[in-house]
Design a protein around this ligand. Structure first.
Ligand code: COA
Length: 328
């Protein structure tokens, strides 16, 4: 972990006001509350307003995290925004956020690791704090997936949603610390979920717009199978690195893609569902923001307490995955 111990000193989150229910979706595509509830576990999700971009959600989540920790924007040494739905291709959403927060001219950059973005961000931040280079790093995961969803595609529009979660990382002088980190990726699964057009492979054209290639495409079934296997493996490796067993785990915060994935993983690591945080029933899949928002909610609800050993585990597009064990 470098020379110094690192901790998540505090968190914040923000979800947009607008609630989209399964009943609302029944009016938009050929689907049913019954199908969505039983196949995914989602009942409702939050959708950003037309004028709301990722940096807006990131701003509210960040303000809260800074307030929780009791530091000012000018105390920040670095800003990392994990997102697959940046305000624009470039400049980075992190730079837009830096300006809006009134932070100093500190390094600010975006990180694209899909649903694993928050864990990748925490990992990067912890290295800079571990070496002693920086003392206060803001890691924000902010997504406005509603903007890249084809609202006529029932395979994706019932699943994805908007939200942002933020964390401030600092050096630790007590037991509260990041215990272990495991990250991975497999570009062999790159075709399983993504947005085909708008990059250098398939630049935007009338044709790409007409063919709806700027929207997210997903092979859900293929992802499902890999998600369970890879998340279990990731939990195992991160626990092993931390010299811990399943029975040491007080709380588990997995990525919120599908309740059936969460249940299958939880069963395989011998945990009871009462030790697992679930917010996808109310928040859907917010990609990078899912774990970030869930961690903040779990802390606010008193489900994650001082001294708890918490495991955060992700899996998503790329493919990317990660698992972080920490003591809160
Ligand atoms: N309403 C009703 N029916 C739907 C539907 C919807 N919203 N979406 C899909 N269906 C249909 C399909 O068309 C298919 O019908 P068919 O058999 O006539 O072709 C049927 O339901 C089963 O589809 P399938 O894709 O096999 O369902 P599934 O059980 O795999 O569930 C997901 C679909 C997307 C919920 C599930 O695969 C999943 O959660 N995958 C993981 C996603 C993930 O981890 N993503 C990570 C990156 S964020």
């Amino acid at each position: 972990m470098g020379i110094r111990k690192t901790k998540i000193a505090g968190t914040g989150s923000y979800v947009p006001e607008k609630i989209l229910t399964n009943a609302d979706l029944e009016k938009m595509v050929e689907t049913s509350d019954e199908w969505i509830s039983t196949r995914t576990g989602i009942k409702e999700r939050r959708i950003a307003a037309k004028e709301e971009a990722a940096s807006d959600l990131a701003y509210y989540a960040s303000k809260e995290a800074l307030q929780t920790v009791g530091i000012k924007p000018e105390d920040l040494d670095m800003i990392i925004v994990a997102t697959i739905t940046p305000d624009m291709v470039f400049p980075a959403t992190a730079c837009i956020l830096q300006q809006r927060l009134g932070a100093r001219e500190v390094p600010a950059f975006d990180l694209e690791a899909a649903c694993s973005g928050f864990l990748y961000g925490i990992s990067i931040a912890s290295q800079f704090i571990g070496t002693g280079l920086y003392n206060n790093i803001l890691v924000v995961a902010a997504e406005t997936l509603s903007k890249i969803i084809d609202w006529e595609d029932r395979n994706t529009c019932v699943i994805f949603a908007d939200g942002a979660g933020a964390a401030v990382l600092q050096p630790s002088n007590d037991n509260s610390r990041i215990i272990s980190i495991y990250l991975g990726a497999d570009g062999g699964g790159a075709d399983l979920v993504g947005v085909p057009a708008g990059g250098s492979r398939m630049p935007a054209s009338f044709e790409t717009v007409r063919n709806k290639q700027h929207y997210m495409k997903m092979k859900g079934n293929e992802l499902f199978k890999r998600a369970v296997r890879i998340m279990v493996e990731a939990v195992n490796i991160s626990l092993e690195k931390g010299d811990l067993d399943y029975e040491d785990v007080d709380f588990f915060i997995p990525h919120q893609a599908n309740i059936r994935i969460i249940q299958a993983v939880t069963k395989r690591i011998n945990l009871n569902m009462d030790k697992v945080y679930v917010n996808l029933n109310k928040c859907g899949n917010m990609s990078a923001a899912s774990i970030a928002v869930a961690l903040d909610q779990a802390v606010k609800e008193g489900k994650v307490k001082r001294g708890d050993k918490v495991v955060l585990t992700s899996f998503g597009g790329g493919l990317t995955w990660g698992s972080i064990v920490l003591e809160w």
